[in-house]
Design a protein around this ligand. Structure first.
Ligand SMILES: Nc1ncnc2c1ncn2[C@@H]1O[C@H](COP(=O)(O)OP(=O)(O)OP(=O)(O)O)[C@@H](O)[C@H]1O
Ligand SMILES: [Mg+2]
Length: 402
């Protein structure tokens, strides 16, 4: 691919990101694992609170500890917390609105859901106390996906926020969380589930006569089998509530008030997954508001003049090292020569990667309203100042206007 094509890559679109966040009530940051979803979601929410005003919530999943600390989320589970204005002041910014943050506590969210759907107090208490429930709630990945969507639905229906930016869990397949409501509904209507629980007592006896269960019974105790049966029976009583809710969550995802930001890096594997994901969103008629390419190399690396300098540094390292030797306090000319040659070579290597990144960016199949890229910063993003720095990178602005 040529440099000319690479140069046509879209530039950051602060205005379209403002437009996107101002016109939506829910923005979901999704994409492959480890690319910066949590950071991007928090940065976008901080930017919205700063630039657009209103009450903005970022609902995070598993933020790195230092980021959780910075947002005031350490050890507080599901509770929504306002990020204090002092934190913005420290970052040199006066926000127009309020930034709120919450963390997804899967176990706590499951309990809340059971409380909501249980037909009566007794069933509710029995489910919450059931050892199997206590063991699996919050553990298996699918439940994580589902509960993220569920909690979003809950907070959105309470109507306390102008904008909710949602982070998504790291899934093996980025599509998993989109399908989670469907799978939840399927699970509750599945033949397997019905077979397991109707009629439960005789089934238990039948099951207990099968070799597997005989062994299970010996190892785990009869209690285990009755826990399983009881668990499914109790869950069945919540069937309609769950299915209805799963459908409502799905409708909300497809609603005009919701948009998706697909986050990726420009590395081959995540990028392929992100493209596949963006296309899947389009196929499902879900709104792709932006694609964020995170941790990209800076544009200046593609400047041909820079490459010439690097080449000369590498080729003429000897001559340069002699000129530099008197100015460098330690090391001899041979060492200086080696360092200079390495620096030149590294620059050229980076330039190649930057060139390839630009080509990949230009070849993206799904072109959303905004295609933005953010450079790889020299430090992790772990506080409000870091989030706003990343946000300014996203928006393509040098500093946040006050
Ligand atoms: N542009 C950037 N420059 C430097 N570091 C970054 C940048 N974006 C994110 N990071 C860092 O990369 C790490 C991973 O980011 P993050 O936790 O947001 O990814 P994620 O997609 O949410 O991961 P997971 O899929 O595990 O949830 C964090 O330590 C974060 O501070
Ligand atoms: Mg994350």
């Amino acid at each position: 691919m040529t440099a000319a094509r690479a140069r046509k890559a879209p530039q950051p679109h602060g205005a379209s990101l403002d437009g996107l966040l101002a016109s939506r009530e829910i923005v979901v940051a999704c994409g492959p694992g480890g690319v910066g979803k949590t950071t991007t979601a928090a940065a976008a929410a901080a930017m919205a609170a700063t630039r657009l005003g209103g009450k903005v919530l970022v609902l995070t999943v598993d933020p790195a500890k230092r980021l959780a600390d910075a947002l005031g989320l350490e050890g507080i589970g599901n509770t929504e917390r306002r990020v204090p204005d002092e934190a913005f002041a420290e970052a040199g910014v006066k926000p127009r609105g309020e930034l709120w943050a919450a963390m997804l506590d899967t176990k706590e969210s499951w309990d809340a859901l059971i409380r909501l759907h249980a037909p009566d107090a007794r069933t509710r208490e029995e489910i919450l106390a059931n050892p199997l429930y206590r063991n699996i709630a919050g553990r298996f990945v699918q439940s994580h996906d589902y509960i993220a969507m569920e909690r979003l639905f809950e907070i959105h229906s309470e109507g306390a926020y102008d904008l909710i930016v949602v982070d998504t869990p790291p899934t093996r397949n980025a599509l998993d969380f989109l399908d989670a409501p469907d799978r939840m509904a399927e699970f509750f209507s599945s033949r397997l589930l019905r077979w397991l629980i109707v009629p439960y007592r005789s089934k238990l006896v039948n099951m207990a006569s099968k070799p597997f269960y005989q062994v299970a019974d010996r190892i785990l105790g009869t209690q285990f089998l009755s826990d399983i049966a009881e668990f499914f029976i109790l869950f069945q009583s919540m069937y309609s509530g769950f299915v209805e809710r799963a459908r409502a969550v799905q409708r909300l995802m497809a609603d005009r008030r919701t948009s998706f930001i697909v986050v990726s890096t420009l590395e081959a594997v995540p990028l392929r997954e992100a493209e596949f994901f963006a296309q899947a969103l389009v196929d499902r008629r879900l709104h792709v508001g932006a694609i964020v390419l995170n941790k990209v190399l800076p544009d200046y690396l593609r400047d041909p003049e820079g490459a010439l300098v690097a080449q000369r540094l590498r080729q003429e390292a000897s001559a340069f090292s002699e000129a530099l030797a008197p100015k460098v306090r330690s090391g001899n000319a041979a060492q200086i020569r080696r360092v200079l040659a390495e620096i030149g070579q590294s620059y050229l290597d980076y330039q190649l990667v930057a060139q390839r990144e630009a080509e990949q960016q230009a070849e993206l199949a799904t072109v959303p309203e905004a295609l933005v890229s953010v450079p790889y910063f020299d430090t992790d993003v772990f506080d409000l100042a870091g989030l706003l720095r990343l946000g300014n990178g996203l928006w393509g602005v040098a500093a946040t206007p006050q």
